[in-house]
Write a protein that binds this ligand. Structure first.
Ligand code: C2E
Ligand code: MG
Ligand code: MG
Length: 445
């Protein structure tokens, strides 16, 4: 039987899998609404919902199960959207809404929360149940765009921000959010280019023995100055590289540069290098680190890796294996920023640490706040009992250094002893301050 004009029309506007409308249906609805409201532009809202981690479910259970979930999602959405509103399948694991009676941010957020709740109940796959969360982006007409394409782009920007912030987030588009996303994208592009063009540098900050203020090693700290963006703190770009999945490339470059520079130091000085928490979840990390050391010719016994408590907590088994393999190869492990993370003293026994770095938060209050002093005392006593070395971070003045030494802290680091400096300045520092560092073969010409 030939297909009628009406049937063709319906097919062109329908998603074959879920039976919901498709993008064209949404476009027409938005155009209709904005035409209706042209003379008196009362706001309305569009939204996009994207399922979090849908792909792994598809991969794990097969595409038939994936399709089944999409149909159940569609069914739930259709059942709960308000009168006059429409829900469509926007493609893949994405659904979209047109909400004629939502006029402002609070209303959009409330709708998002309701849908998030509805989608969070388990999905029945016959022999098993799965749970899913969804991220949301909303855009309000006409502020976020007068044309359909612009309005949709705004909703996508809002969704992108939600996705970047983790699962189950709800964002309503605003100019500030657009700016924030533009900056983040610009920063990310610039950082990728900087890694490729080898423009990220490493600086070194001395770690001294508090008994005589002589350097025993240096901590490598990443430095990046972009021609347009200026100086960007590692506290900003390291998490960005982690989030966007290129921390490996960044860290490999940094370790190579740091180890190369450290080759010119006296042999008894160690190099302390910060390992990102993401790397502690990646079983390839051990080999990658040892391969770099091998290529550079840097003795693993001279390397210390600084890790944080949070990093160890998040993926304990993998982290444990990485750390024990590295220790087997002679690398030492220090626990950075101690006292600020999700401290679990039990971890100190489970993991084989060699050193604890007491966070600056306690050090900088040691002479003004009795509680901080007691905490530092307790950490020192505990480390002595567990046979761990201790470094106090962020020592900025003489009084702090004296106090920490009096309390029995072995090592210190901070502006008082030396700010982070580039490789050449570090060699100069060693010539001036390091007693055993004569003008011998160790200094390159
Ligand atoms: P962190 O590992 O705890 O490093 C110590 C931070 O304290 C450094 O900040 C250092 O410059 C700063 N600092 C040292 N002494 C003083 C002081 O006396 N007073 C004050 N106010 N600050 C002091 P920076 O270089 O900005 O690095 C920030 C964080 O970024 C680091 O904290 C570390 O978590 C991360 N980071 C830096 N370089 C790398 C890297 O190569 N790889 C990874 N994964 N993370 C890095
Ligand atoms: Mg550190
Ligand atoms: Mg630290």
């Amino acid at each position: 039987m030939p297909v009628s004009q009406d049937e063709l029309q319906a097919m062109a506007y329908t998603d074959p899998l879920t039976g919901l409308g498709n993008r064209y249906r949404m476009r027409d609805k938005v155009r209709l609404l904005s035409a209706e409201r042209a003379s008196d532009p009362a706001p309305f809202t569009i939204g996009i919902a994207n399922l979090d981690s849908f792909k792994p479910i598809n991969d794990l259970f097969g595409s038939a199960a994936g399709d089944e979930i999409l149909c159940q999602v569609a069914h739930r959405l259709k059942a709960c959207i308000p009168d006059g509103a429409i829900v469509i399948r926007h493609g893949g694991d994405e659904f979209a809404f047109v909400l004629p009676l939502v006029f402002e941010r609070a209303g959009a957020e409330k709708f998002g929360q309701m849908i998030r709740e509805v989608l969070s109940a388990p999905y029945d796959l016959g022999d098993r149940n799965v749970r899913l969360s969804a991220s949301f982006g909303f855009a309000i007409y006409p502020f976020a765009g007068e044309e359909f394409e612009d309005l949709l782009k705004s909703a996508e920007t809002a969704l992108y921000r939600s996705k970047r912030r983790g699962r189950g987030q709800i964002t309503v588009y605003s100019k500030e959010i657009a700016l924030e996303m533009r900056r983040a994208t610009q920063l990310e592009q610039a950082l990728r280019n900087a890694i490729i063009s080898d423009a990220i540098d490493v600086h070194f900050q001395p770690i001294v023995s508090l008994s005589n203020s002589v350097a025993v090693g240096f901590e490598a700290l990443a430095r990046w100055s972009d021609p347009d963006l200026g100086f960007v703190s590692p506290a900003v770009f390291v998490p960005l590289a982690e989030e966007r999945g290129f921390i490996d490339a960044l860290s490999e470059t940094l370790l190579r540069k740091a180890a190369e520079a450290a080759l010119s130091w006296p042999r008894e000085l160690f190099l302390s290098f910060n390992l990102s928490s993401v790397q502690l979840m990646d079983p390839g990390t051990t080999n990658s680190i040892l391969a770099i050391l091998g290529r550079v010719g840097f003795d693993p016994h001279r390397l210390e890796l600084e890790i944080t408590e949070t990093a160890v907590m998040s993926s304990a088994d993998t982290a444990h294996r990485i750390l024990s393999d590295l220790r087997q190869a002679g690398v030492r492990i220090s626990l950075d920023d101690f006292g600020t993370g999700q401290s679990s003293l039990g971890r100190l026994r489970d993991f084989m640490f060699d050193k604890i770095k007491i966070d600056r938060a306690f050090v900088s209050r040691i002479n003004s706040d009795r509680a901080s002093e007691h905490i530092v005392k307790a950490i020192l006593a505990m480390c002595e009992g567990l046979d761990l070395e201790v470094v106090a971070e962020g020592i900025e003045d003489y009084a702090e250094a004296v106090k920490l030494r009096a309390l029995g802290c072995g090592m210190g680091q901070g502006y008082y002893f030396g700010k982070p400096a580039d490789a050449i300045a570090t060699l100069r520092y060693l010539q001036e301050k390091y007693y055993d560092f004569g003008a011998t073969d160790r200094v390159p010409a």
